[in-house]
Design a protein around this ligand. Structure first.
Ligand code: KIV
Length: 248
């Protein structure tokens, strides 16, 4: 299992970091068997697994069930547990919640933005933190690319330097121009993981349901569908139905 220090060291070795989301035992097992470097139990499970409209609708109690299942399915893989909306609303609440994830076997926690005093407090308690900058789905008004204007790009760059100075070992950069993702990657000591952050970040993350084509919806412009599991599943179930109904 990769430690936060080993992930950060990939920055100098140049070996890219692969991260994918998984939310349950079966798919965590699949990701580990494929040799993924890190599994993110993202709060995107609110959409992909539970059918909620927004990631704001999921809370700690639900996240704990999924984080535990992933840790059971991928016991040898670095699991990043995503802090759901408001679970990091103040330093003590964030620590109490992060500790619950770590006690289940998570290797680190991820949180969106720079909630006041939170990253400092988690680091003072030795909790490895992966930051998340750029498009922040928990609070975004829309899902358009961030950092397109000079002002917005400068704010994201400043936030990246800030979380780096607080000791985050890694940061996810979501839906920002490639140029900005590349610049931040050069400027910070933390490993950068892009999802729509260009080709030059230290690693990439994808939502498993997009990468494996597990739903019939359009995927984001920066995602790639590597297999169409939705069609395979519908076909498999149709074949099963036909076999049940076939006269004996
Ligand atoms: O919740 C999630 O899946 C994420 C990724 C988009 C990085 O935060």
């Amino acid at each position: 299992m990769l430690t936060p220090e080993e992930i950060k060291a990939r920055k100098s070795s140049g070996e890219k970091i692969s991260m994918i989301t998984a939310y349950d035992f079966a798919f965590a097992q699949m990701a580990e068997a494929a040799g993924i470097d890190q599994i993110l139990v993202g709060d995107s499970l609110a959409n992909t697994m539970l059918g909620y409209k927004s990631t704001r609708e999921i809370g700690m109690e639900e996240m704990l069930i999924f984080v535990a299942a992933v840790c059971r399915g991928a016991p040898n893989t670095h699991v990043v547990a995503d802090m759901p909306y408001r679970s990091d609303k103040d330093p003590q609440t964030a620590y109490d919640n992060a500790k619950r994830f770590m006690d289940l076997g998570a290797s680190s926690v991820k949180l969106e933005g720079t909630p006041e005093g939170v990253i400092e407090f988690l680091r003072s308690k030795d909790i490895p933190v992966c930051a998340h900058l750029g498009l922040l789905p928990q609070t975004a008004e829309n899902f358009k690319q961030k950092g397109k204007t000079e002002e917005e790009a400068a704010a994201i760059e400043a936030a990246a330097k800030f979380v780096d100075s607080l000791g985050c070992f890694e940061m996810v950069l979501e839906h920002i121009p490639e140029e900005l993702g590349t610049k931040i990657t050069r400027e910070v000591s933390a490993a950068t993981i892009g999802i729509g952050g260009g080709k030059f970040t230290n690693g990439q993350v994808l939502v498993m349901h997009d990468a494996l084509g597990m739903h019939p919806r359009k995927i984001p412009p920066f995602a790639t569908k590597f297999v169409d599991m939705y069609s395979l599943g519908v076909k498999g179930i149709s074949d099963y139905i036909a076999s049940v109904k076939r006269p004996v």
